[in-house]
Design a protein around this ligand. Structure first.
Ligand SMILES: NC(=O)c1ccc[n+]([C@@H]2O[C@H](COP(=O)([O-])OP(=O)(O)OC[C@H]3O[C@@H](n4cnc5c(N)ncnc54)[C@H](O)[C@@H]3O)[C@@H](O)[C@H]2O)c1
Length: 341
């Protein structure tokens, strides 16, 4: 493609605002429109990012022949229908995770993508974080030898409001989905055994919703590599994302604590600040994933991570739910079916 990619942004909330700023700063992109059912949010973000126009009708943006691609950053329950509409219009899609909260709706939306042959990328931004990307490259180069274990922790600073939890799809589909993608991507395979145990330790009343806020998932991969994912909805001190990759020829520790690279040392002790949450920790990754999407679409390549990754991480969430409910290890193959890394 010679000219600028004309992109419509759908959803002007927390993550949509960041995406608008990234798109607006890209010389190879024309931010054609911002759509949000909340008119004030759409108007304000369009003005701030210098978008061509704003609307409360995302369908208008998708069907606009002057829009080549859409970035879907609206609430999760809107994603699948917007993807299907974009596929029917031949408009390329970048979509925030997840495609949908259930596999049947996900499969229907991804089938529409495949039939239309549009470019599709899912927002697993960790893959674009400099540390995770470097780790993946080192593993692929053989520098770590054979990967034997991965420990992947993710803990939010504080639990979300109950209203969010009620529509989130539960811990595994909402939160652990990032870890499932990360681990299967780093190892480069699908797990053959998965055992999930969870508790409602932060808010015991979550049990009424059938949800949990603390979990450990253990997985075994073909060849014997093992992985452990642990999640909590509450750290109390900030966003805690750390991954350890242990191989036969060395190890990698991914992650950091400080928001500012400053240690204060005094007679009272040693202090540092702490990265608050995902928007700060993954700021560069959110920008890089959109740059990669735009480059792939402009060059006519399939964007990555695409449909298979979007489906597989959700399938592993299903496996975790079944394992947790049944109190025993499960073979995730039943849910993964045709997904590949
Ligand atoms: N990749 C990540 O790390 C990450 C982090 C946070 C959120 N997300 C995902 O991003 C999406 C948005 O999350 P958020 O935290 O920005 O939520 P948010 O509630 O801050 O923003 C959602 C926006 O979507 C708008 N909206 C709702 N229905 C709409 C529709 N039909 N058409 C257009 N706009 C509509 C809302 O008015 C709101 O402005 C969710 O799917 C979430 O899972 C991903």
């Amino acid at each position: 493609m010679a000219g600028r990619l004309r992109v419509g942004l759908i959803g002007a909330g927390r993550i949509g605002k960041g995406h608008a700023r990234t798109l607006a700063a890209m010389p190879e992109v024309a931010l054609a429109a911002v759509a949000d059912v909340n008119a004030d949010a759409a108007r304000a973000l369009a003005a701030e990012a210098g978008a061509g126009r704003w609307t409360t009708e995302p369908g208008e943006v998708i069907a606009d022949p002057a829009v080549d691609a859409v970035v879907i950053a609206s609430s999760t329950d809107t994603h699948a229908a917007l993807i299907v509409a974009a596929a029917e219009a031949g408009t390329h899609v970048f979509c925030e995770k997840p495609v949908a909260l259930d596999l049947a709706t996900t499969d229907a939306a991804l089938a529409a993508v495949a039939t239309a042959g549009i470019g599709f990328q899912i927002g697993f931004q960790r893959r674009f974080d400099p540390a995770y990307a470097k780790a993946k490259a080192l593993i692929a180069s053989g520098a770590l030898g054979t990967v034997e274990t991965i420990r992947d922790a993710m803990r939010d600073p504080a639990p979300p409001p109950r209203s969010y939890v009620e529509t989130s799809g539960g811990l595994y589909r909402d939160m652990t989905i990032h870890n499932f993608d990360c681990v299967r991507w780093l190892i480069g395979a699908e797990p053959e055994l998965l055992f999930a145990v969870g508790s409602a330790l932060v808010d015991p009343s979550l049990a009424e919703l059938g949800d949990i806020d603390t979990s450990v998932v253990t997985m075994r991969f073909p060849g014997g590599a093992l992985a452990v994912i642990d999640n909590s909805r509450r750290s109390g001190f900030g966003y805690d994302v750390r991954t350890e990759v242990f191989g036969s020829a060395g190890a990698l520790l991914i992650g950091y604590r400080e928001a500012t690279p400053l240690l204060r040392l005094s007679a009272d002790g040693v202090r540092t600040d702490h990265v608050h949450f995902f928007l700060e920790r993954f700021a560069s990754a959110y920008a890089e994933e959109l740059r990669a999407f735009v480059a792939a679409v402009r060059e006519g390549r399939p964007p990555d991570p695409g449909a298979e990754a979007a489906r597989a991480a959700l399938a592993l969430a299903y496996a975790a739910e079944a394992s947790h409910a049944e109190g025993r290890p499960v073979d995730p193959g039943r849910w993964l079916e045709g997904a590949r890394v």
